[in-house]
Design a protein around this ligand. Structure first.
Ligand code: ADP
Ligand code: MG
Length: 370
């Protein structure tokens, strides 16, 4: 069963939609199947993925089978592994017909098809949001690092406690997420230290800094992962995603999860890879083994691009880093991802390198629509 996480805060403009879209895209990149549900009539999340709100073809459906309605109207986005249920003007999940909301029942069924369902909420606290909280396993609360950030937060928390006590005992706080942090502002730092001292381990380690690429991405109908995977904005959300994966894996007693710690360099580095093919670098003994193995393969190719990565097998992390470029270097992460080329017009190729005991055990290449 996938985990149902809603992104809520009674305030508008704190980064709910931005977090919904980019966290989902990051979870998708890290190989989780994600469904994004847009419940906001402004349809910002849908637009951020390049879609608008829709009218469903058969409104009568809404009185019958929500699961079918969701299944029939889910769209594949351009983000790897991310589906979207856009905002539907005429689909009312939220008319309560029985004690248990139909939304909740439908979500429980749909969650079997996904690893995560991420719900974008409307700002003002309406019955709709209450239904979403009742239907969720956990809630992420974005807190903008500014003066008014804390205003209303306590009231909102009271509501969450009320839901936990009376309506949904299983609702957890996944975490408070500090957004739009600006390291130049003292105020930003003060908000961070206040929120951390007050909510302690409930606050994510990952902090989303203010980043112009994050602002630009939606106008291209792309998540930050598609817009600029090497931006720091993408890195913040990859860090958040891996933190959530680690926390949830711990809760389930699982061991192997990829961690993306803070690091300046991009995880996606193609140029270095080409550089290693330069004959002048061949006397570099560290690269010798790699080039020898891949040479035959390389010479058969018209494009100067190695399609077979067998030479990576059994290499250690520093070795892979030498060849492929820096990849959010860390000693815990067991999956490293590189975006490797654009040789097909509408598709991007990703290389996943899997480590076992810090040695490459296998790899996979995947095409995703651009
Ligand atoms: P909400 O859904 O809570 O109303 P949004 O996610 O729509 O908030 O964010 C409000 C505005 O702030 C948007 O214009 C968005 O592009 C911008 N924004 C959000 N997060 C960031 C960030 N980390 N850096 C820069 N701009 C951001
Ligand atoms: Mg929004």
């Amino acid at each position: 069963m996938g985990k149902i996480i809603s992104i809520c805060n009674q305030k508008g403009g704190v980064g709910k939609t931005t977090t919904c879209v980019n966290l989902s895209a990051a979870l998708g990149i890290l190989e989780n199947k994600v469904l994004v549900i847009d419940t906001d009539p402004q349809a910002n999340a849908s637009v951020s993925f390049g879609f608008s709100s829709r009218r469903i073809n058969n409104p009568a459906l809404q009185f019958m089978d929500f699961v079918a309605v969701i299944k029939n109207n889910v769209i594949k986005t351009n983000s790897p592994n991310v589906d979207l249920l856009p905002f539907f003007e005429d689909l009312n999940f939220f008319k309560r017909t029985s004690e248990e909301s139909k939304f909740k029942q439908a979500l429980e069924t749909i969650s079997k098809l996904y690893d995560f369902i991420i719900i974008d909420c409307v700002p003002f606290f309406k019955t709709k949001n209450l239904d979403i909280l009742i239907s969720s396993d956990s809630v992420i609360i974005p807190v903008q690092c500014d003066y008014y950030a804390l205003e209303g937060l306590h009231t909102f928390l009271k509501t969450i406690r009320y839901v936990q006590k009376n309506l949904n005992r299983n609702l957890e706080i996944e975490g408070f997420l500090l957004t739009m942090f600006d390291r130049r502002l003292n105020l930003s730092k003060q908000v961070v230290s206040y929120v951390r001292s007050y909510f302690k381990e409930l606050v994510f380690n990952a902090v989303i800094h203010r980043n112009s690429k994050i602002t630009q991405a939606p106008s291209f109908g792309k998540s930050i992962m598609e817009y600029d995977i090497s931006s720091s904005g993408a890195r913040y959300y990859l860090q958040l995603a891996s933190e959530i994966l680690v926390r949830n894996a711990k809760a389930e007693g699982l061991k192997e999860v990829s961690v993306i710690p803070e690091q300046k360099e991009s995880i996606f580095n193609t140029r270095r890879f080409f550089k290693t093919l330069d004959p002048e670098e061949r006397n570099n003994t560290l690269l010798e083994k790699f080039l020898k193995k891949s040479e035959a393969n390389y010479e058969n190719e018209k494009s100067p691009f190695i399609k077979n990565f067998d030479a990576l097998i059994d290499l250690t992390k520093p070795y892979v880093e030498q060849i492929m470029g820096i990849c959010y270097k860390n000693h815990f992460g067991n999956i490293w991802i590189y975006k490797i080329n654009k040789s097909k017009i509408f598709k991007k190729k990703y290389l996943y390198i899997y480590f076992k005991d810090d040695i490459v055990s296998h790899y996979a290449t995947k095409w995703f629509m651009n």
